[in-house]
Design a protein. Structure first.
Length: 375
């Protein structure tokens, strides 16, 4: 089968780029042919199968030139499936127009919460209008965009069944039979479990350094409650972004805090004992860093701020979920794990086992079922 991904950046970037790379590598291994059409490229030290053909649009946006460029690819390469990985509606329209005159089917993937928190992607009106009015306006706009995406696509993939249920409740009179739930995949599961004895007394935070989306300042508030009682433990931030300089400045008054910039997180998952997530409410679609941490016996502790969180963390079994904004509760859970190494080991190893449900080999099967259904 000939499959083409449409994405903003490739192969470097955040979670969406990582998911695209993992799926592309797996599909190549299964005998499919893969193209990735992106708006910008960058060098990366991660593995990208050399059989994946990477193409770049000539300009940004839903332009006539881009539509013609993509249409030529679809025709010349006899593309069967387009997987649109981008959130903006204009990219959906670009793909829809480009496939006119071809037999290509369009799958649009929604990688965020169904209704994205307006303060996570804040605009001018969100700053000056009452919060309830802002939310209702944003809700109306997001549902309208979801409906148009549905109209232009042969299938919509959400990252959790919970988002499908939410969408159907918001649209009770619509026939929504093109909705599918497929989680983000993890790659390269080893037969041997991670060696828990190699773990260090490290807490990590892996994300874009953007306060309004990831609420970095909450991590420092949590560390303020912990660092004096736990002098052997360290806090590491992995990631880059516009608010990194501000965070560095705030962290100067705290000991044992390091900022490592954009890194391949895998070696740090392997060494760290605990991972924190403090994302803004209704922003995330799937906590990929949580599942990646579990796979490497690093225990995730997350604030309850999005629907799919409980798909990954079974509270108290393979990690912890605390109430949204509750820094005291998160600090308490961390302290429990610090004080009880045996419990830390048990929860970490449980996480290794439960993360296997996100193995790319299992989830690629779900994708192939979807391909067969819409074709």
């Amino acid at each position: 089968m000939n499959i083409l991904f449409v994405i903003d950046k490739f192969p470097v970037g955040g979670g969406i780029e990582t998911v695209t790379r993992i799926l592309s590598n797996e599909f190549i291994m299964r005998g499919h042919k893969i193209w990735v059409c992106c708006f910008s490229q960058g060098k990366s030290n991660v593995f990208v199968n050399e059989q994946i053909k990477i193409l770049q649009f000539h300009q940004k946006g839903n332009t006539v030139q881009n539509i013609k460029f993509l249409n030529r690819i679809l025709i010349c390469e006899n593309i069967n499936i387009i997987i649109n990985q981008e959130y903006p509606l204009k990219t959906v329209i670009l793909c829809s127009k480009a496939r006119i005159g071809t037999s290509a089917k369009l799958i649009s993937v929604h990688h965020f919460s169904l209704i994205i928190n307006p303060y996570a992607r804040i605009g001018f009106f969100a700053k000056i209008l009452p919060s309830r009015l802002v939310y209702n306006l944003k809700k109306y706009r997001d549902i309208k965009r979801r409906n148009l995406t549905y109209k232009y696509s042969d299938a919509i993939v959400f990252l959790s069944q919970k988002f499908i249920e939410q969408y159907k409740k918001l649209q009770p009179r619509k026939n929504l039979d093109r909705l599918y739930a497929i989680a983000d995949p993890l790659e390269n599961f080893c037969k041997e479990p991670p060696n828990f004895e190699n773990k260090n007394k490290i807490i990590i935070f892996v994300a874009r350094m953007v306060e309004r989306e990831k609420r970095l300042s909450l991590v420092l508030k949590i560390w303020e409650l912990l660092y004096e009682k736990n002098p052997e433990w360290n806090l590491l931030f992995l990631g880059d972004g516009e608010d990194l300089p501000i965070l560095r400045e705030k962290a100067k008054k705290f000991p044992r805090v390091e900022f490592l910039g954009f890194q391949n997180p895998k070696p740090y998952y392997e060494k760290a004992s605990i991972l924190l997530q403090t994302s803004a409410k209704d922003f995330e679609g799937f906590g990929m860093t949580l599942a990646e941490a579990q796979k490497n016996a690093c225990i995730p502790i997350a604030m309850d701020s999005y629907l799919s969180l409980s798909d990954i963390i079974e509270n108290g079994k393979n990690g912890f979920i605390v109430s949204n904004n509750d820094v005291n509760a998160m600090a308490e859970k961390i302290q429990i794990l610090i004080n009880h190494p045996a419990l830390r080991r048990e929860i970490a190893l449980n996480g290794v086992q439960t993360s296997k449900k996100f193995d790319v080999k299992l989830l690629a099967n779900e994708w192939e079922k979807l391909f067969a259904e819409i074709l």
